[in-house]
Write a protein that binds this ligand. Structure first.
Ligand code: S3P
Length: 240
C-alpha cells in the first residue's frame, strides 16, 4: 500500500489536522506527518516515552512477549491489565488511550466524526505498532481482536489472554458509563448480547482464557497472573 497516497486521499477528505496526526502516528511515521504539511501540531511520539517509565527489569516471571488482553466491553481489560502489569513489573499500555491521544479526541467523538470503519483501520495500525515495543501488558478495545490482521499480529508477536465474562456482569459494568459508542442504542443490553454472540467464538481462539466474575477485581487479577505464570513455566520447560 502506498501510505503517502492514503494520507493524501484521507487527510483533505476527512479532517486535515486530526486525521493527519492520527494516521501519521498509526503508520508510525513522523516523516509522513511532516510531509503532509500539517502545521501547528506538536510532534508527539507517545510510543517513544512508553518504554522509559515504569518498566522494572527484575520482574518474575520474565515476560517473553506482550500479553494482549482481549474481551468485551466491561470485561475489565484496563483495570485488570494495570494491576497485572504491576505484578509482572512491566509497563501497562491501553490501545484505546493511544488511539485517543493520536486522534486528539475521545473514541466516542471519533466514531461520531469519522465512523467505525475509519476507527477500525486506525486501531489495527496502532496495535501493530504497539506490538513491536518491548513486552508489556496491552489492553485492547473489544473489537480489536475481530480483525484478522490484528489476530495474526498478536499471534506473531504477543500472547493473547481473553478476559471472559457473562452478559449480566458485563452489562452491570458498562451501564455505569456512557462512553461506548456501540452501545448508544435503544436496547444496549440486547446490543451487547448480540455483539457477544458474534465475538465469543472468535475470542475463543485466544491463547489463554481467564473468567472475570462479579466482585473484587483482585480475584481476576490473581487468576490472570497465575495463568500466565503457569503458561510461562510450561513454555520454558518445553524449550529446555
Ligand atoms: C469497542 C470497545 C471499546 C472501544 C470502542 C469499540 C468494541 O473499548 O474500543 O468503543 O468494538 O467493542 P473497550 O472494550 O475497552 O470498552
Amino acid at each position: 500500500m502506498d501510505l503517502a497516497a492514503v494520507l493524501e486521499f484521507m487527510v483533505p477528505s476527512i479532517h486535515g489536522t486530526i486525521m493527519a496526526e492520527y494516521l501519521a502516528l498509526a503508520f508510525d511515521s513522523t516523516a509522513l506527518r511532516m510531509s503532509c504539511g500539517v502545521e501547528g501540531i506538536p510532534i508527539q511520539c507517545p510510543w517513544l516515552t512508553m518504554s522509559n517509565t515504569s518498566a522494572v527489569s527484575n520482574a518474575k516471571p520474565r515476560l517473553p512477549k506482550t500479553v494482549v488482553l482481549i474481551g468485551l466491553m466491561g470485561a475489565g481489560k484496563t483495570s485488570v491489565g494495570r494491576r497485572l502489569a504491576e505484578m509482572l513489573g512491566v509497563e501497562f499500555v491501553d490501545a484505546d488511550s493511544e488511539i485517543e491521544e493520536a486522534a486528539g479526541c475521545t473514541i466516542a467523538d471519533f466514531f461520531e466524526r469519522y465512523g467505525e470503519e475509519v476507527f477500525r483501520r486506525g486501531e489495527e495500525r496502532v496495535i501493530a505498532r504497539l506490538l513491536k515495543n518491548r513486552p508489556c501488558v496491552l489492553a485492547t478495545g473489544g473489537g480489536a481482536y475481530m480483525s484478522s490482521d490484528t489476530r495474526a499480529a498478536i499471534n506473531a508477536h504477543g500472547l493473547s489472554l481473553w478476559l471472559k465474562a457473562d452478559l449480566d456482569v458485563l452489562y452491570e459494568r458498562v451501564a455505569r458509563r456512557s462512553d461506548r459508542p456501540l452501545l448508544h442504542t435503544d436496547d444496549p443490553r440486547g446490543t451487547l448480547e448480540a455483539i457477544m454472540k458474534v465475538r465469543y467464538p472468535v475470542y475463543a481462539e485466544a491463547d489463554l482464557t481467564v473468567q472475570s466474575y462479579r466482585g473484587p477485581i483482585e480475584q481476576t487479577v490473581e487468576r490472570a497472573y497465575q495463568t500466565l505464570v503457569d503458561y510461562i513455566a510450561a513454555t520454558d520447560e518445553a524449550a529446555q
